[in-house]
Design a protein around this ligand. Structure first.
Ligand SMILES: [Zn+2]
Length: 254
């Protein structure tokens, strides 16, 4: 049983039932970097029952400009460091640490045990692997990507999927980022997750939200199922490494 006092401010909105749903839910956060730091912080504080954290990277000096949960942990694995943060913030939360990278080989096994998957990777490759595996496993996939002063957000659950939006990888952007932009989008991902679990409000399904924080312009557009999407058409039958090399276009279906 959770502490009523700890969660009283949100129980006013979500009700005891909503809080119970959070306490019973499991969420896998893939990437404990700029986005993941905010996601992990707000999901842990909201009282998610079980948080899985996947990250094979080591905390470096240049991370702390935005990855605030890793304060004091330079040299430590990011999943371990994030896990230590969660334990300190909220001992109610059970944490599963996966101190390695997500790959086409391990993705199905990793995702299977969780209700919601939050994608916070720093590469397109992992985003495509997550999209495809979530679609095949029928799990909701809360997506965000940030660059410089910009970011985008969407929640995929069935069709349309991330490949309907970007059938193959666009040119890589780079690593420049204003820390607070990653924080904003990580918080939005945490919000989408809380709504998915509690059923409160509407999620951003079939819509992409974009922000250009340099002019503070939010805009969004609807996403349609793409007629040739091999995933939404049910043609892709598994996760195959060949689909995640080069521009991540689907080349093998079964
Ligand atoms: Zn699709």
């Amino acid at each position: 049983m959770f502490s009523f006092e700890r969660y009283s401010r949100q129980i006013e909105i979500l009700g005891i039932e909503g809080q119970e749903r959070l306490a019973k839910a499991s969420v896998l956060v893939v990437g404990a970097g700029g986005l993941g730091s905010a996601v992990i912080q707000y999901l842990a504080s909201a009282g998610i029952g079980r948080l899985g954290i996947v990250d094979g990277d080591i905390v470096e000096d240049s991370n702390l400009q935005r990855q605030t949960i890793h304060a004091g942990n330079i040299g430590m694995n990011k999943a371990e460091s994030a896990g230590a943060f969660v334990k300190k913030l909220n001992p109610d939360v059970a944490v599963d640490i996966y101190p390695f990278d997500l790959t086409p080989k391990n993705v199905i096994g990793l995702l299977r045990g969780y209700d919601v998957i939050v994608g916070c990777p720093d590469s397109f490759k992992v985003r495509y692997i997550l999209n495809d595996a979530c679609f095949l496993l029928k799990k909701p996939f809360v997506h965000s990507a940030v660059y410089a002063f910009e970011g985008e957000l969407s929640t995929f659950h069935g069709s349309p999927c991330y490949r309907c939006y970007l059938p193959k990888m666009p040119p890589a952007t780079g690593k420049a980022i204003i820390g607070a932009v990653a924080g904003v989008f990580g918080c939005l991902q945490a919000l989408e997750t809380i709504k998915l679990i509690t059923g409160y409000g509407d999620i951003l399904k079939g819509r992409i939200l974009r922000l250009d924080a340099s002019t503070m312009s939010f805009f969004e557009f609807n996403l349609q199922k793409r007629k040739e999407c091999p995933l939404c058409n049910g043609e892709l039958k598994g996760i195959f490494e060949e689909n995640y090399i080069g521009d991540c276009e689907i080349v093998r279906l079964k």
